[in-house]
Design a protein around this ligand. Structure first.
Ligand SMILES: [Zn+2]
Length: 238
């Protein structure tokens, strides 16, 4: 409960900023029923989980810690060419609805939520979730780039259209990236290496830069919009 007051203050100050920037760039869209973004200059990086919410916790590896590390590396890869907004830059808990709301305060921006996965011990590899039509190409580019640097994919779902609070509710293009499975011994071992986490961040940054430079070019037909209600707590993981 003690977190609510500071978050409200942050929300108010973000709201004021949004008044000044909402008229430029790609702007907001409730359903994302439009082409993917091109020429955007702002990236909102959301390190998944945090604080009391560790996320997946497997053999001493914590999702919240790895997600923050990869997020900070991604920030370094994107700056100074892009304005980068960090949803969190330390170990703190933030409600998912607050994350979606905060991301939506930025114009000409995309949201990348960084996570690590858990599942069967035999499953490994990246997964990238999107819901909106305007987020498809970015998700596909991220999945392709991660696949190129993550060895031994096995049983992973790959590129997935799924309605999550962070893929449906923000009013800017938004994707959720699972950078590998902590429950897979080989992948967990790789994730303990800073050099490997750096390669993951570089791959995601390449995809973001490609999307900003090319928009949807080369990505094939876009999926049809789905006019679904916002995702709520309890709908699904997310
Ligand atoms: Zn997660």
């Amino acid at each position: 409960m003690h977190l609510l007051r500071p978050l409200t203050l942050i929300s108010l100050s973000f709201g004021l900023v949004s008044c000044q920037i909402s008229s430029i760039g790609i702007g907001r869209s409730t359903y994302g029923d439009r082409p993917g973004p091109k020429g955007f200059n702002t990236v909102v990086i959301d390190a998944g989980h945090g604080g009391k919410d560790s996320g997946a916790h497997v053999r001493g590896l914590m999702e919240k810690t790895l997600a923050l590390d990869i997020s900070k590396r991604l920030r370094s890869e994107l700056q100074p060419g892009y304005k980068v907004i960090m949803m969190r830059s330390d170990d703190r808990f933030i409600e998912l609805d607050h994350r979606a709301y905060h991301a939506s305060q930025y114009g000409n921006a995309v949201l990348i939520s960084i996570h690590l996965n858990y599942g069967r011990r035999s499953t490994s590899g990246p997964e990238t979730f999107y819901w909106r039509t305007d987020s498809y190409s970015l998700a596909k580019r991220v999945q392709t780039q991660l696949s190129a640097v993550i060895p031994n994919e096995s049983g992973n779902a790959g590129l997935v259209r799924r309605r999550l609070r962070l893929t449906r509710n923000p009013t800017i293009p938004c994707i959720l990236v699972e950078c590998g499975y902590l429950t897979n011994k080989r992948e967990a071992a790789l994730l303990t290496s800073a050099a490997y986490r750096e390669r993951l961040a570089e791959a995601i940054a390449r995809a973001i830069k490609d999307q900003s430079a090319k928009g949807d070019a080369g990505m094939g037909p876009l999926p049809r919009p789905i006019y679904a209600a916002p995702s709520r707590a309890g709908d699904a993981r997310g």
